[in-house]
Design a protein around this ligand. Structure first.
Ligand code: C2O
Ligand code: CU
Length: 420
């Protein structure tokens, strides 16, 4: 694919003045929060034995459970989360996946803090100023740490709930899918919000049968003008979240993940495997791109190859021909409007994840996005694809920017966005 041609030939519609609000505009550099916390939690990481679908398996757990406790807050709360590490030798941190916290709360060992060693603790504090579905996970030896169970749900609600509002994080522990939480029955006609989180390193396919539904939000950001869908599956990338909303029907509803019913209120006979798959770039009501120029443009070519910057060249996942820690950082200035072009030249999917910022999807394979503005923090760049995304550099610090197939990330597919 000719990257240079795509950079100049996207045909983006730009209409400054008619710009939609940037949902996660931090306004000014975030300061350390000094307000009294209104929601306090303690998460203790320790080795544990947990029940994975009827079999006891060794895990690393927060407060003895996988997933860890569900952290909930309402917009306006100040969260304080004390992380303790009892006996995880690889160290533990808390990263608030998709939550654009101040840099020193981001939980990346060696970048924003030191890993919390056994017997140590670290106190996180941040303001719940973005409603939506998020999750937290360790970022220390993140591949093994998350796989073993050091993760949980973070939900920030705009206000009191009417109807049913439930979160289903899909996770594979010791090769087995963890059971979905029990969902209470809900009276027909009441609104249901199903928050789906993929905490695995590979894409999952979700199909909701027995009802029409809308995708209300992706990666914690509400979509504009989502229309009802039927017989449609969604693909959620590693780390990604989709909020599905519908009114509870009087007849049974079932949620299938990769063809397996993880939750149902009764028998639903539907061959969901044949359903069409939603393309989020073509869903909802379009709006103009809020920026007419880009101060910085970067291209990331994802591939597999020899990292030639090493003294002893190593074969593995590479970005622009290099692997972490040899990939130069992308340097931006506060206020810059930044465009990233991400090209996958490899044979495998790379679910891309930028910390500290949501990015607006501009185009995929040279075709401008025509649906609702998509502000993502996790998106699958499939083999051969080219994604163009942009964001305003409004959250100073040093941020990880990596593949969320965490084995890839730990094997070198990690780089950093840096503010000069
Ligand atoms: Cu969900 Cu850097 O991670
Ligand atoms: Cu990858």
């Amino acid at each position: 694919v000719a990257v240079a041609a795509l950079l100049t030939g996207t045909g983006l519609t730009v209409a400054p003045g008619a710009a939609p609000a940037v949902p996660h505009d931090h306004g000014s550099p975030a300061a350390r929060i000094t307000d009294e916390p209104t929601r306090r939690f303690t998460l203790t990481a320790a080795t544990a034995t947990v029940d994975a679908g009827g079999r006891n398996v060794a895990a690393w757990a927060f407060n003895g459970q996988v997933p860890g406790p569900e952290l909930t807050a309402t917009v306006g709360d100040v969260l304080e989360v004390t992380l303790r590490n009892r006996d995880i030798g690889r160290g533990v941190t808390l990263h608030w996946h998709g939550y654009d916290v101040p840099n020193d709360q981001d939980g990346v060992p060696g970048v924003t803090q030191a890993a919390v060693r056994p017997g140590q603790e670290f106190v996180y504090r941040f303001r719940a100023d973005q409603a939506g579905t998020y999750w937290y996970h360790t970022h220390s030896a993140s591949d093994v740490g998350v796989r073993m169970g050091l993760y949980g749900v973070l939900v920030v609600r705009p206000g009191p709930v009417t109807g049913l509002d439930v979160t289903v994080p899909v996770h594979t522990l010791a090769g087995r899918p963890l059971p979905a939480p029990k969902v209470e029955e809900v009276e027909a006609g009441l609104p249901v919000r199903l928050r789906l989180i993929n905490t695995d390193s590979t894409t999952h396919r979700y199909a909701l049968a027995g009802t029409a539904f809308r995708v209300a939000a992706i990666d914690g950001v509400d979509l504009r003008g989502p229309t009802p869908l039927v017989d449609t599956a969604v693909l959620i990338p590693a780390g990604g979240r989709y909020d599905l909303v519908f009114d509870a029907p009087a007849t049974p509803v079932a949620l299938f993940v990769d063809g397996r019913a993880v939750y149902s209120t009764g028998p639903v006979s539907t061959a969901t495997g044949a359903w069409r798959v939603l393309d989020p770039l073509r869903y909802g009501a379009t709006a103009a791109v809020p920026w007419s120029r880009f101060d910085k443009t970067f291209t990331l070519v994802l591939d597999r190859g020899l990292d030639l910057r090493r003294l002893l060249p190593r074969y593995g996942h590479t970005v622009n021909g290099a692997a972490d820690p040899d990939i130069p950082p992308q340097v931006v200035r506060l206020g810059d409007v930044v465009r990233f072009t991400i090209v996958n030249r490899s044979q495998v999917v790379h679910p891309w994840h930028l910390h500290g910022h949501h990015v607006l999807v501009l185009a995929r394979d040279g075709e401008p996005a025509t649906g609702s503005p998509l502000w993502l923090d996790s998106f699958d760049v499939r083999p051969g694809e080219v994604w163009e995304v942009a964001f305003r550099a409004d959250n100073p610090g040093m941020w990880a920017n990596h593949c969320h197939n965490l084995a890839h990330a730990d094997a070198g597919m990690t780089l950093h966005l840096m503010y000069s």
